[in-house]
Design a protein around this ligand. Structure first.
Ligand code: UT7
Length: 327
């Protein structure tokens, strides 16, 4: 059997503080009914003031390493998928490496927004196949609440904080990552972005006044592109692997909007009991959403050895991607 990469353990961490839809009704002109009907979200988690992305990431990582039976000193590489890292530099992966005491690990972040985990898995898969690294820690960690405009009802109801981590190792068994597909269309960058704080609009009084350090989204346009793009992506991924939708045991989508998830499931003729949904509890946690969902799916025995699992994600960039895994 040729060398493949395999997710050998997972872990996740979500902050304890819950922000419910009725809490949001007190902040902006919205309603529990609207949020549930249009998104499926009931509540989301909010990090403590003292918690940054690496703090959430370290908890998720410790859980994943414990499940894998691996010591931090044995990790070769740490990749963190985040758009809400602790600081512009160094990378959140470097900060995480220090917190874990993963002394020999190389460390870097990637920015592919909500598709970050799938992009990261693609990078890790490449490193494993070339034999360069044997133990990779891939983390999605986000503190989106700190980049949320709490006066903008079109975005503030959507996002939440959390982290998920996976350990990736080589295998020669008939299992592991079968194929990964990543894409982007930068011409649509304007649909979803955080315009301030970079070299285009460095932090200034003006960027602060105009809340340019917060998420901006043309929601309805993004929604339409997401549905169209993801429908094509999942169909193509299965076709390329000669797997029928009926053979798929679990679809784990990025958790942005229940209606997007349902549309993709419908396109595959998949009943919703074969689709993992937890956005009702956490909202959209961007790069953290898939590893958190994956960890919960494993903990609740929604995935068994030999199952075909399809991950799919879509986000700012625009970026999108899928990964087909035989567990
Ligand atoms: O994770 C990265 C990718 N992200 C996504 O894929 C998210 C994609 N977009 C979405 O999930 C949806 O577009 C939203 C949930 C953001 C919005 O749902 P929608 O069905 O597309 O609503 P809309 O933007 O077309 O707005 C419909 C109405 C508007 O009012 P009018 O103009 O019809 O009077 C909005 O002002 O709903 C209004 N509205 C709200 N009302 C109550 C927007 N946000 C809210 C709100 N509460 N929170």
């Amino acid at each position: 059997m040729p060398l493949k990469s395999r997710i050998t353990a997972t872990g996740s961490y979500t902050p304890r503080k819950v922000l419910s839809n009725s809490d949001l009704e007190k902040i902006v002109d919205t309603s529990d009914e609207w949020i549930i009907e249009r998104t499926g979200i009931k509540e989301r988690r909010i990090a403590k003031d003292t918690e940054a992305a690496s703090d959430l990431g370290v908890e998720a990582s410790r859980a994943a390493l414990e499940h894998a039976g691996i010591k931090p000193k044995d990790i070769d590489l740490i990749i963190v998928a985040t758009i809400t890292g602790d600081m512009p530099m160094p990378s959140t992966a470097s900060l995480l490496q220090n917190k874990l005491g993963a002394k020999k690990a190389a460390a870097f972040d990637i920015n592919a927004a909500c598709s970050g985990f799938v992009y990261g898995l693609s990078i890790a898969d490449g490193f494993i196949k070339t034999g360069n690294f044997k133990k990779i820690l891939l983390v999605g960690a986000e503190v989106l609440s700190r980049f949320t405009n709490w006066q903008d009802r079109t975005t503030c109801v959507l996002f939440g904080d959390g982290a998920g981590a996976v350990v990736i190792e080589p295998t020669t068994e008939d299992r592991g990552v079968l194929s990964i597909h990543i894409h982007s269309d930068g011409s649509l960058w304007d649909l979803l972005n955080i315009p301030g704080g970079g070299s285009r609009h460095p932090a200034s009084e003006k960027t602060l006044m105009e809340k340019m350090h917060c998420i901006r989204m043309k929601g309805n346009e993004t929604f339409k592109v997401a549905v169209r793009t993801l429908e094509t992506l999942v169909v193509d991924t299965l076709k390329e692997n000669k797997i029928k939708p009926s053979q798929l045991n679990l679809l784990i989508p990025h958790q942005a909007n229940l209606r997007i998830i349902q549309a993709v499931a419908k396109r595959l003729h998949m009943p919703m009991d074969k689709v993992f949904v937890n956005l009702d509890k956490y909202g959209n946690t961007s790069g953290a959403s898939i590893p958190i969902a994956l960890d919960e799916a494993l903990r609740t025995e929604r995935i068994r050895n030999g199952d075909y699992v399809l991950l799919e994600a879509f986000g700012s960039g625009l970026t999108w991607g899928s990964a087909l895994i035989k567990w």
